[in-house]
Design a protein around this ligand. Structure first.
Ligand SMILES: [Zn+2]
Ligand SMILES: [Zn+2]
Length: 115
């Protein structure tokens, strides 16, 4: 009877640890890791093309609060849909964040990380 209780308690602790790792840890540490990085939110509306600079941590907090973690930022100027852009560290060109490399100079974040 006692042995079963211990197994039950251990099982609960393991489950709690798993829940903690999956649901709590990545969110808090993940977003604060981004602090100090800048993202660029560029409007999709060709008549507006407003570019907003934002702290990456703030950006993800905003997505979390307003869009349920779905990445669909809006232009702060005209309210059209917008996309996240990255600034090329080499030539300062803005390019879509999911692109593998800078369309202007060919700089790739992945390539330089592997070196
Ligand atoms: Zn706009
Ligand atoms: Zn570039």
């Amino acid at each position: 009877m006692n042995k079963n209780k211990i197994i039950l308690i251990c099982g609960c602790l393991v489950l709690a640890a798993i829940f903690y790792i999956i649901f709590l840890k990545p969110q808090s540490s993940g977003i604060s890791d981004y602090k100090g990085q800048i993202v660029y939110i560029k409007c999709n509306n060709p008549k507006c093309v407003h570019v907003q600079e934002m702290d990456k941590a703030e950006y993800f907090t905003m997505l979390h609060e307003k869009f349920n973690d779905e990445e669909r930022p809006l232009c702060s100027k005209c309210g059209s849909s917008a996309r996240r852009y990255t600034k090329c560290p080499k030539c300062s060109q803005l390019y879509f964040h999911a692109a593998d490399k800078c369309p202007d100079c060919g700089y790739s974040e992945l390539d330089s990380a592997n070196k």
